[in-house]
Design a protein around this ligand. Structure first.
Ligand SMILES: CC(C)(COP(=O)(O)OP(=O)(O)OC[C@H]1O[C@@H](n2cnc3c(N)ncnc32)[C@H](O)[C@@H]1OP(=O)(O)O)[C@@H](O)C(=O)NCCC(=O)NCCS
Length: 145
């Protein structure tokens, strides 16, 4: 299957919303993705004609906050999230000093992914998440490395 990465388009949103609902207990609403496309940044990973996953984020001066990342559940463990994070790092390693994100303390899969890509724990946000209440681990990667 041909793999392709490109900027997220409005037409991707029905498929992205399906993946989002399967991936999170508190999924983003469509308007949040519309805002990411319009005001910030979002990449879509395609496997053939199908959307395999997406990553969104905000560049604020020389810092970059990854705000969302998910891969379609039936396509997990094929290296797609690795590709999405690698693409983001390659896009911003020259113009950002720090790329960071918040991740649920219980989300070991995502923490392993970020660790594999070179992120380290840089802080904790107490009770950052609701339903269920949980701390966020802040993971970041600094440039130049
Ligand atoms: C986290 C997530 C994006 C990983 O996507 P993926 O495409 O399956 O990940 P990859 O195949 O690229 O795996 C890359 C690395 O992540 C880690 N990883 C991924 N899934 C894992 C799991 N279930 N358990 C442990 N480690 C895991 C591994 O280190 C893996 O490297 P390896 O295959 O060499 O061991 C996916 O599980 C997902 O969409 N989860 C729900 C949404 C979510 O939690 N998003 C992140 C919010 S911060």
């Amino acid at each position: 299957m041909k793999i392709k990465m490109r900027k997220t388009e409005e037409a991707d949103l029905p498929e992205i919303m399906e993946i989002e609902k399967m991936s999170f207990r508190e999924p983003w609403k469509k308007i949040s993705f519309e805002e990411e496309i319009r005001d910030h940044e979002s990449f879509t990973l395609l496997s053939g004609e199908e959307i395999a996953g997406y990553i969104c984020g905000w560049k604020i001066l020389d810092e970059y906050n990854i705000t969302n990342l998910a891969v379609r559940p039936d396509l997990h463990r094929r290296g797609y999230a690795d590709l999405l994070v690698s693409n983001l790092i390659n896009t911003h390693k020259e113009d950002c000093r720090l790329i960071y994100l918040e991740v649920r303390e219980s989300n070991i899969a995502a923490q392993n992914l970020y660790r594999k890509k070179g992120f380290k724990i840089i802080g904790i946000r107490r009770n950052y998440y609701l339903n269920p209440e949980e701390d966020a681990i802040i993971m970041g990667i600094k440039f130049p490395q």
